[in-house]
Design a protein around this ligand. Sequence first.
Ligand code: ADP
Ligand code: NI
Length: 226
Amino acid sequence: MQENDKESIIQQLLVRIQQHFPDDGSGHDLGHIRRVFTLAGYLAKQEKADGFLVALAALLHDVGDYKLHPAGIENHREAILYFCRGLDLNESTIEQVIHIVEHVSFKGAAVADVPLGIEGQCVRDADRLDAIGAVGVVRAFAYGALHQRPMYDESFLPQRHQDFEAYKTSKGPTIHHFFEKLLLIHQRLETKTAKALAVSRHQFLLQFIEQFQIEIENKDFTQLKD
Ligand code: ADP
Ligand code: NI
């Protein structure tokens, strides 16, 4: 396929995605998809992966996600086929995209990631980079607010989820999510490029948690001398 044809398919898909996803700051909005698309494209270039496959999977990575379904149902295959209808894509490409998208999501601290080829790794790493750093902090609290989660509750401890069901149905406060997922991400990235990008984002999470604890526990003023 010619580069022009690939670019045209990506643009058509982007228009469909823009029409479908709101830009509402909910954490799984158009802004997130755009960032993952750009970041995954950068990773693909650095890692010499197939940029077309990475672009398609990045644009479609949240399509059919359980977190966006009112009843929490996951259906990537059906949703991806719907989004790709009429585009000049062969079956094998669509199957590769579906395979990547079905294995992007984090499913719990003790649940291992399914091995993916370099293209899948670029998309998964890009998605995870957008869940850490300053953007990651904002997204976590946006998600928490949308799901009526308290931001903090010290009456129980964060969990190490053993399976997807336990992770998915957890109703913990948002700050627990940092210990249940966000602070673990830097060790679960696979590409060299993403690992390097994660260093400052991870450092920012640690800094945020430290300051959050200080303020929540009133340490910044109770320890001052009158
Ligand atoms: P994944 O598919 O790996 O979960 P997403 O792109 O769907 O990745 O992003 C998940 C986003 O939702 C992250 O930014 C994460 O912080 C947020 N999120 C998911 N579960 C929770 C939760 N229980 N509390 C707070 N934020 C959450
Ligand atoms: Ni995502």
